[in-house]
Design a protein around this ligand. Sequence first.
Ligand code: SAM
Length: 262
Amino acid sequence: MYPNAQKILKNIPRAMADPGRAASLAWRRMFPFGIKPKDPEAYRIGAWSFGDAPRVDLRDIMPGIESADIKVFRSYDRKRDLSLDAQEVLAICAIASHVNAKALIEVGTSDGNTTLNLVANGDDAARITTLDLPEDWDGSFEIQVPEMMKNVTERDKVGAQYRQSDYADQVVQVFGDSAKLDYDLLEGPFDLAFIDGCHFYDYVKADTENCVSHMVPGGVVIWHDYGMIEDVSRAVDEWADKTGTPVSIVAGTRLAIARLPD
Ligand SMILES: C[S@@+](CC[C@H](N)C(=O)[O-])C[C@H]1O[C@@H](n2cnc3c(N)ncnc32)[C@H](O)[C@@H]1O
């Protein structure tokens, strides 16, 4: 029998005794946000519906992470549509701390809030290489990108946040198109990669392949915007299928995570 059927049958007499309350309860179960959510966050998170990877509690993805102590810098100095939200920053800082990341790579620096928070929560001697388009970028991309998928930070804002911090010496800023760079020249191999550059499918695919081929066995790969952006979700799902590496989505976030085989 349908698992809830017995429970429903048992509750029918109680519901008949108080039909108004029962209807209201049933309605809320069917439409958990109400017809019009009062909090706009419900729309934002409710729209993260692309992709097939399982949504999993971070404590089940990385047992032991609950004891990670983290530091968060410039906690709300982020643009929610371009960068991570508060729940995501909490998760990514805890991951960097839990795995004691020493050599990190970030594709897509933007204003450097995540760069700063990642390096601050890794090993004391951690170094992060972060990539963004050239300072004198001429508007062209190595891979042709549809207009809607272009997301470029104003050149003079790139890295602004980590530059003003005590961690500036632990950051290696690299300027170049992420699909054109020679990753052999970077400070790899890396133990944690954060992929958050151009979100067009071909770029996510190329960035993933370039990062993964410059990582240590057992390294952690994190993608941003899974569930929200169809291209990112598809590229990550296909990579998981092709390589046989399980990917989980941190429940309540757009962070996809994989641990490479040892
Ligand atoms: C979503 S933002 C990154 C947000 C940042 N990781 C954070 O968490 O705050 C994407 C960044 O990727 C950069 N970008 C876009 N296309 C790129 C490309 N082809 N190569 C390198 N960087 C690129 C943009 O300039 C922008 O700063």
